[in-house]
Ligand binder design. Structure first.
Ligand code: C5P
Length: 351
């Protein structure tokens, strides 16, 4: 038997970078949001005298050896379960590989979920999260789903009151961005600004990135807005808010100005064409104010960008604007936690 798992993607509804840490990572704070757009990860596994792992993918860019995140997590999970197994992983790649959507991390989480189902064994929750965090900072969020707050180096994912399903356009630029390189460039720019002294004319908002207060602001504002809109939403029950209350949450967050991504400061300087794509997603000067994106920005360290819209027609129109500029655009929607988990397992592949 095989288990076929939908490996959903994510966007970052804002991301703030803190100072580099002695372990080489950066403190950060971000709001993760899962999307309906997904790859498929199929796991076939059975107990065996010794462990053998094989991996295949329809995409030539996906590594098929132990450097693949899905392979790594399966190895770690088997060690934790004190089991040996023959495991085959098949990754059907439909998501863009340019980065920013957590595709590789999602594949790892899906492989773990598939492995547990195949072997009919579950790791204890704390152990699953620890293994996921070892494989990558973005893996644990996919064991939570929906809207979640990412803290520390991004690996501590806490479920947050869910946004309602919201039409979303993903723009897939042809340029790729390396996450470690983006963090290094961020540090270089911070150091440069600090050397030029505080408060000098022309100084951008970058220096604020080193202030821990600024990192905490995202969670503080989200908690207070969701509390204002519906007091019971501040818990972590995972129950999505309903109706008008839910529809108010995203616009209210946008009005606070907290939904920004620090990586834009780096990415837009290195790849100026990304700014034009953002402009097309937003639709400013192109369509009336009520048809523009509720918000649009770079996702993670890029290069993918996204826009969120009031309805599907506006999302389709935005996708057309992006495509007219020669950039691939994909229309999807945000995926609340309940749907994330209820649609996780897919039937067998049709021949
Ligand atoms: O955790 P992950 O494997 O995704 O991180 C890849 C690289 O990105 C790290 O080795 C580090 O250079 C950088 N990174 C960081 N701070 C974070 C997350 C990632 O500096 N919070």
């Amino acid at each position: 038997m095989s288990t076929r798992v939908r490996s959903y993607s994510k966007i970052n509804l804002g991301l703030r970078i803190g100072p580099p840490r002695p372990d080489g990572f950066h403190s950060l704070s971000t709001l993760y949001q899962t999307l309906a757009l997904h790859d498929f990860v199929t796991v076939t596994a059975s107990p065996a005298p010794e462990t053998t792992i094989t991996l295949e993918s329809n995409h030539p860019g996906v590594p098929t050896d132990s450097s693949n995140t899905a392979w790594k997590i399966v190895e770690k999970a088997l060690t934790s379960l004190k089991m040996c197994a023959k495991v085959h992983i098949r990754i059907q790649k439909d998501l863009p590989v340019q980065g920013g959507m957590g595709a590789g991390s999602a594949n790892a989480a899906a492989a773990l979920i598939g492995l547990e189902k195949e072997l009919n064994k579950e790791l204890i929750s704390k152990e699953r999260m620890a293994i996921a965090a070892e494989v990558g900072s973005d893996v644990p969020l996919f064991l939570v789903g929906g809207t979640s707050l990412g803290e520390d180096r991004g690996q501590i994912a806490t479920p947050y009151p869910d946004l309602p399903p919201t039409p979303c356009v993903i723009a897939v630029p042809s340029v790729g961005v390396s996450t470690p390189a983006a963090f290094r460039e961020w540090d270089r720019r911070i150091a440069e600004q600090q050397a030029s002294g505080p408060g000098k004319p022309g100084q951008s908002a970058l220096t604020g990135g080193v202030e821990i207060d600024r990192i905490k602001e995202l969670s503080r504002v989200y908690a207070s807005i969701s509390h204002e809109i519906r007091p019971s939403m501040t818990g972590t029950s995972g129950i999505p808010p309903q109706g008008d209350l839910a529809r108010d949450l995203l616009p209210a967050l946008v009005r606070t100005g907290i939904l920004t991504n620090d990586f834009q400061e780096v990415a837009f300087v290195q790849h100026p064409s990304l700014r034009d794509i953002l402009h097309a997603l937003l639709g400013k000067d192109q369509v009336s104010a009520d048809q523009q994106a509720i918000t649009a920005m770079l996702s993670g360290s890029g290069s993918s960008l996204y826009g969120l819209y009031r309805n599907e027609d506006e999302a389709n129109a935005a996708a057309q604007r992006v495509q007219q500029q020669g950039t691939r655009a994909i229309v999807t929607k945000t995926l609340p936690r309940s749907q994330y988990w209820s649609n996780m397992f897919a039937g067998p592949e049709q021949a």
